[in-house]
Design a binder for this molecule. Sequence first.
Ligand SMILES: NC(=O)c1ccc[n+]([C@@H]2O[C@H](COP(=O)([O-])OP(=O)(O)OC[C@H]3O[C@@H](n4cnc5c(N)ncnc54)[C@H](OP(=O)(O)O)[C@@H]3O)[C@@H](O)[C@H]2O)c1
Length: 336
Amino acid sequence: MRAFVIESYAHPSKISLTSDFPDPKPGPRDVLVDVYSGGLNFFDILQCQGKYQNQPPMPFVLGMEFAGRISSNSPIPNGCSFKPGDRVFGGAQGAFGEKVAVPLNNILPIPDNISYDQAAGLYVTWPTSYEALVGRAVLKSGEWVLVTASAGGVGIAAVQLAKALGAKVIAAAGSRAKLEVSKNFGGADFGVDYTKPGWQQEVLNITGGKGVDVIYDPVGLIKDSLKCIAWKGRALVVGFAAGSIEKLPLNLVLLKNISIVGIHWGAYAKNEPAHMSKVWQDLMELMSSGRVKPVVYSEVWPFDRLADGLVAIEKRQTWGKAVVRIREDDSVQARL
Ligand SMILES: NC(=O)c1ccc[n+]([C@@H]2O[C@H](COP(=O)([O-])OP(=O)(O)OC[C@H]3O[C@@H](n4cnc5c(N)ncnc54)[C@H](OP(=O)(O)O)[C@@H]3O)[C@@H](O)[C@H]2O)c1
């Protein structure tokens, strides 16, 4: 099969498509999936350079998020409700290949109104944002939410979800174009450019001096954002896209009776697997009803140009979810 195979560590700009890599061999609880679209993540950039926390033995196929169809020659393990041809999305090492072997627990059905490109970026991003807002921050209708990196993968999902849950959303991003994306594709009510000094005062003005009830932060901007948090607000630590792990003086937590709340979606698989099904059930309902809709970056890269997509993420050029097209979709969903 064709695949992005890592045989020696290299910067993403140096990786290329291999045309004759062996198909993956499914394990006893795996299914085989024909991959149509792959979701690109910052950690793919780290993994191809040997800098990620999870490094498979070489040679390995890059990629984690995908959408596709159960292969015609897939094994169907006992208890599997899927059949060959079913549209699925999920996560497994090796997503940037024409076929991927996936543990049965790591796939879900694609709602009819969602294309492969849209579904390719669902598996990590959307449950992270949903569980952060609903499970961890216990967001209530009518509350104010500030989302940093609001046009990014997890950020735009958080903006849409907060709106769907009845919140008032202030998007914070690094450019006017990304603020437009946050409003047009996310539905944000207000936007502030967080590269401009004093942006927190703008947030305070928007909220009538009260500040925001919930901060959703995948960047590492908790300390800066606390300047505009409300009394008893909750600040969600989602990630550190700016590059370094943020440190916080704890007097800031005490002064306004606030809570600093962590979210690590991947850790639910080990600690609370049953809860994951509930989150997915809620998300599927929101997606099937069209109240939220995955946002795909304007350029979908063809398979042989995957490296360009990874470099665009590294240069902070993308918004929404960056996606690579591995097979063309001839189904009706492609025209939605
Ligand atoms: N906790 C969890 O379970 C979980 C799950 C998924 C992802 N995450 C984490 O969340 C973070 C964001 O993921 P994502 O998929 O949304 O990424 P993404 O789509 O690449 O978006 C990241 C955004 O962060 C902003 N940013 C600010 N400083 C940056 C810098 N120095 N370099 C690059 N970007 C910078 C950029 O927006 P502006 O240009 O607007 O500043 C960029 O678009 C990552 O750290 C990821 O590891 C955590």
